[in-house]
Design a protein. Structure first.
Length: 153
């Protein structure tokens, strides 16, 4: 089953693709790799999930924000490629958590993104990953995630 069909089967709602908030491209392709710029957890109504994980947000709320960020990234990729079925596999993820200084479960938060990608792409959605805590993120968003995917024409 292709990724687009899998998204329909899972009843996932992809928000509109995020527009760049600065001087950069949302996606850059070189050869068979696409580099997806950092995305935040934008909801379908355009609002973002904001807050500091470990003080204002729970680990589970952070994980939900990471999942929502994954939906945003999938939306951007589908817009760029025309279909998610051109994605061969997830290569690398950098997940950044807007975290309280004492919060230590950054990987558990970014699992919200990783679990979604495995749901959509199967084992091809399991890539190399870093999950780190940040003292702040733009506009107080809960997480920011960037990723590299292998694609075919």
């Amino acid at each position: 089953m292709g990724a687009d069909a899998r998204i329909a089967e899972l009843n996932l709602v992809l928000p509109a693709p995020q527009k760049p908030a600065g001087t950069y491209a949302p996606v850059v392709r070189t050869g068979n790799l696409i580099y997806v710029s950092g995305h935040g957890p934008q909801l379908p109504d355009g609002q973002y999930l904001k807050g500091i994980v470990g003080s204002e947000l729970t680990e589970e709320e952070g994980k939900a924000a990471a999942r929502q960020t994954g939906l945003c990234i999938l939306s951007t990729i589908r817009h760029y490629l025309g279909t998610l079925d051109k994605v061969t596999k997830l290569v690398k993820v950098l997940g950044m958590v807007n975290a309280a200084p004492t919060f230590e479960k950054h990987p558990a938060v970014i699992n919200g993104f990783s679990d979604l990608l495995v749901e959509v792409f199967g084992e091809h959605g399991r890539g190399a990953r870093s999950a780190v805590g940040m003292g702040t993120l733009p506009n107080r968003i809960a997480v920011e995630i960037e990723a590299i995917f292998e694609v075919h024409d």
